[in-house]
Design a protein around this ligand. Structure first.
Ligand code: UD1
Length: 430
């Protein structure tokens, strides 16, 4: 199993470019199942989850061409099966995004029920309830969710989510796009990835209004057509590199990002003593303020507030801030797995329920640590970048799921980071 070896203490300096958003590319690829025509997506990040999503489309019978590395041309004309198998769903929960489009276009879908994962139980009950409200029958058969639309077509409905769910909202958007009549989604997720998906679907001929607000209206159409779309930049990768500049006391220019998608993160980091200058609409210049970092509390909440996907990275930063900060995680249970590894590196963190209390500033030292999920791995990389000595991070397959070429990107701005495959150092990926 691959590891990262990081020798900390180097201030990062230079320019870093942000890749396309994983969490936008995943639903956009699923949306290609809604039409028999070709959908071309640009800026699809080259990360493991997208390779898995591509495999899922191909398993279903779609043709996926990549004329260029980050461009996917998908034609879902000859769909042969309506089933997402367990072996794919278990490696990537976002495979459940195939449910909405398959059900909407073919009137049937079968997807393995995702099991528990490292950051809590993560049910999909809200997706399934919404499909039922759209007229589907949903049953659980030998661990698979089987959904059928009576007479082959879903019917528009009023959907009110009890809890904000990102992929749940996306699944309903895709299902309702081809349903008969109008669907209204109340308490919809407002993440930028929702707006990106709506933009793609509208280019395909869908009639979606209100994406990015709490209430979305979708007028179902008979069929959708091909389209071409460029995926938005990854706001979590952007936030991670902002923290990388601050935690190493370096200076990074972050290009090809969309600062307006992470305003809550930028504001919080500025309060904590990170200087973030908007150079233009898509570039930021980041460095630590001369006064240093100060502890500031954070609570994770749905967009536009502070995202749970930046919680672990923020915790790494807070170990280097003067004072005591609290981090309250309100989206997922069990999402402090990185904390025990940070403690092994010298961080001072204690817990009370869903709140972590971090006492800074701690001197971190390199250690052998283990990644437990995607964002937890990013937090360990950040801690390692400012720790003294060598840190070896095990199970980096988690980070490969969502960060494109992180070894090369960090290496190019001065980080001493290597990927070890069975103990052998690998040249940075191009
Ligand atoms: C998406 C993101 C993930 C991010 C999360 C929260 C993708 C591919 N993943 O995950 O990176 O961390 O949003 O911003 O976009 N819930 C239920 N029942 C459901 C669905 C959700 O109880 O049917 C709960 C979840 O357990 C969680 C909360 O609702 O407590 C929010 O989850 P949700 O927004 O659905 O997360 P994902 O869409 O899975």
């Amino acid at each position: 199993m691959d590891k990262f070896s990081i020798h900390g203490g180097e201030p990062l300096k230079g320019t870093i470019e942000i890749s396309g958003a994983k969490n936008s590319a995943l639903p956009c690829l699923a949306a290609t199942l809604l039409t028999a025509e070709t959908v071309t997506l640009h800026n699809v990040p080259y990360v493991k989850d997208l390779i898995t999503q591509r495999r899922l489309l191909e398993d279903l019978g779609a043709t996926v061409l990549t004329p260029e590395l980050r461009t996917h041309k998908v034609t879902a004309k000859n769909i042969e099966t309506f089933e997402a198998p367990y072996e794919l769903v278990k490696t990537m929960r976002a495979s459940v995004l195939a449910l909405g489009p398959l059900l909407a276009r073919f009137g049937q879908a079968k997807v393995s029920l995702p099991g528990g994962c490292a950051i809590g139980t993560r049910p999909i009950d809200l997706h399934l309830k919404a499909f039922e409200q759209l007229g589907a029958t949903v049953s659980l058969e030998s661990g698979d969710v089987v959904a059928r639309a009576p007479r082959g077509r879903l019917i528009g409905a009023e959907i009110g989510f009890e809890k904000v769910t990102v992929t749940g909202t996306e699944n309903v958007m895709m299902a309702a796009a081809l349903a008969k009549g109008k669907t209204t989604i109340h308490n919809a997720a407002r993440e930028p990835e929702i707006e990106d998906l709506a933009e793609l679907l509208n280019k395909m001929g869908a009639r979606i209004k209100g994406a990015g607000t709490e209430t979305m209206e979708i007028e179902g159409v008979e069929q959708l057509s091909g389209a071409e779309h460029t995926i938005i930049p990854d706001r979590i990768e952007t936030g991670t590199f902002i923290v990388a500049a601050a935690i190493t006391n370096g200076e990074l220019e972050i290009r090809r990002c969309e600062p307006k998608h992470l305003r809550a993160v930028i504001e919080k980091l500025r309060e904590a003593g990170v200087e973030i200058e908007d150079l233009n609409q898509s570039s930021l210049l980041v460095k630590r303020s001369a006064k240093g970092l100060t502890a500031k509390d954070v609570k994770t909440e749905p967009h536009p507030l502070f995202p749970t996907d930046m919680q672990a990275q923020y915790m790494a930063l807070m170990t280097q801030a003067e004072g005591v900060s609290t981090i309250r995680e309100t989206i997922f249970e069990n999402r402090f797995m990185h904390a025990s590894e940070l403690i092994r590196m010298g961080a001072k963190i204690d817990f009370s329920g869903n709140t972590a209390r971090i006492s800074g500033k701690a001197k971190l030292t390199g250690a052998r640590v283990q990644a437990s999920d995607l964002r937890a791995s990013a937090s360990l990389v950040l801690a390692a970048l400012c720790a003294s000595g060598e840190t070896q991070i095990d199970r980096v397959y988690h980070i490969d799921r969502g960060y494109e070429n992180i070894v090369a990107k960090l290496g190019a701005v001065g980080a001493k980071i290597e990927r070890l495959t069975d103990g052998i150092a690998m040249a940075a990926e191009k």
